[in-house]
Design a protein around this ligand. Structure first.
Ligand code: PLP
Ligand SMILES: N[C@@H](CCSC[C@H](N)C(=O)O)C(=O)O
Length: 380
């Protein structure tokens, strides 16, 4: 089955009880057990729910894993994944990660004794040099939020395997439409399904997928034990969103190409970060491991231009956190999505105060470009 067909018919796409082509929402907390001490398929919705299970089967299918797990948010999926490990286990983490992941690591996981070394994930020698006797896994995003840095997944998983480490990839920005890390050797993929997978900015959800049966057992245990599971209504929304992922991504990509051309030709734009640009540092690796370069763009305006006024002057594009929805969203990471990272660390990692991140939606491309133009005209 081709990927675009899998989006619609993959996993478990029909309701098994009725044949309904849209999976039913099983809004039941518990299930009648007809035999005491039997082994029922469904017992309690935290442990397993048919609507959530359909989504979990679908994401496992799309990422090429053996099992998928749905959580109440991307952060919950990441938390459950790190919960497989114990105090004094050491992780190598990419320096550019979503601010909330940085916060989870530094303010929560470290308190439970997990240890972390932050490295530039583009630098393979730095990754290998950071390995210690107690290192258990390498965790990174690619493309990263918000600098869109590209990590070489195949090369990193090769290093990981050599040292018997696991590789965990946050595939939120790429989505399985553009990139499938498990096929490149990763052990676990995590997602903020809040973004492209849901696709309509109307649900917060997270997913984890693994290619390893033993990890799948651990994640199933932790999902049930921690209990941060995704409810049936939200599971249904994510499955519905995924059905149109291919159609949406084609428009996201076309609009992004047009906006990149516009930004490249405007003197008021100083720097554009986008993996599809031939002179972008990660371009060659992105070309190798991604089917398309995605629809996230970061950029900086020329020094002295008023970033605040620019983002506040947009009329079609909304100033808002989040990304991957049908509507275009713009934000300033230093103040918004990455505000929880101390300024000196942020600057050290390359996130300037004035960096702007744009999530290109599927509106008419001319409307988006005209909106950017009128806002630029207000400041310079
Ligand atoms: C790359 C990335 N990973 C994980 C998360 C966390 O996801 P959620 O907001 O669904 O908890 C986000 C954003 O929130 C993100 O941008
Ligand atoms: N205020 C939130 C930040 C949400 S950021 C959402 C998303 N990951 C993005 O990058 O836009 C918080 O403090 O967690």
């Amino acid at each position: 089955m081709k990927f675009e067909t899998k989006l619609i018919h993959g996993g478990q796409s029909e309701d098994q009880a009725t044949g309904a082509v849209s999976i039913s929402v099983y809004r039941s907390s518990t299930f009648h057990q007809y035999e005491l001490g039997g082994n029922p398929k469904w017992e309690y919705s935290r442990t397993g729910n048919p609507t959530r299970a359909a989504l979990e089967a679908l994401i496992a299918d799309l990422e090429g894993g053996v099992a998928g797990f749905a959580f109440a948010s991307g952060s919950a999926a990441i938390h459950a994944t790190f919960s497989m490990y114990s105090a004094h286990d050491h992780f190598i983490v990419g320096s550019d990660v979503y601010g909330g992941t940085f916060r989870l690591i530094n303010k929560v996981l470290k308190r439970f004794g997990l240890e972390f070394t932050v490295v530039d994930i583009q630098d393979l020698a730095a990754v290998e040099n950071a390995i210690q006797d107690n290192t258990v896994a390498i965790y990174f995003e690619t493309p990263t939020n918000p600098l869109l840095q590209i990590a070489d997944i195949a090369a990193i998983t090769k290093i990981a395997k050599k040292h018997k480490l696991k590789t965990i990839v946050d595939n939120t920005f790429a989505t399985p439409y553009n990139q499938r890390p498990l096929e490149l050797g990763a052990d676990i993929v995590v997602h903020s399904a809040t973004k492209y997978l849901g696709g309509h900015s109307d649900v917060v959800a997270g997913l984890a997928v693994t290619s390893d049966e033993k990890i799948a057992e651990k994640l199933a245990f932790l999902q049930n034990s921690i209990g941060s599971t995704l409810g049936p209504d939200d599971s249904w929304l994510i499955q519905r969103g995924i059905k149109t992922l291919g159609a949406r991504m084609r428009v996201h990509h076309a609009n992004t190409e047009a906006i990149i051309k516009f930004l490249e030709n405007d003197d008021r734009v100083a720097r554009i970060l986008y993996p599809g640009l031939p002179d972008f540092p990660g371009h060659e690796v992105a070309k190798k491991q991604m089917d398309h370069f995605g629809a996230m763009i970061s950029f900086e305006l020329q020094e002295g231009l008023d970033t605040k006024k620019f983002v506040e002057s947009l009329k079609v594009i909304s100033l808002a956190e989040s990304l991957g929805g049908i509507e275009s969203l713009i934000e300033v990471p230093s103040v918004m999505t990455h505000g929880s990272i101390p300024r000196e660390i942020r600057l050290e990692n390359g996130i300037k105060d004035e960096l702007i991140r744009l999530s290109v939606g599927i509106e008419d491309e001319e409307d988006l470009i005209n909106d950017l133009k009128q806002a630029l005209d207000k400041i310079g």
